[in-house]
Unconditional design. Sequence first.
Length: 118
Amino acid sequence: MSGPGQYLSDVTQGVTRPEDLPKAKVIQRSHNFPHRPCPFCGKSCFRNRTGERILHDVGDLVAGRPRDIHIVYSQHRCTHCRKYFNADMSDYALPKAHYTHRVVALAVRLVVEDGLPY
Ligand SMILES: [Zn+2]
């Protein structure tokens, strides 16, 4: 059983090529909906197409395996506002981010706790 103070070998030790790092565990998620309310006017809007987004997440820190969350999401078009918008994914990450909220929170905590410069 592992715990604080117990020595665990670093699985990334000696690895110089990114492709040799422990593989991320892939998690499938769906934010694919036939209709979503327009964020500007509230009108219910049909799905226009779907997309896929990959978010890097904190996974098993002991085994050194991160998680990659593959999210299939719907994109919608509001015929009233003539705007496109995606199904809300703010529960996972900020718009356009490649990392989840959990990764960002952990990174910020590490910088603050170790007194590293931003
Ligand atoms: Zn609208």
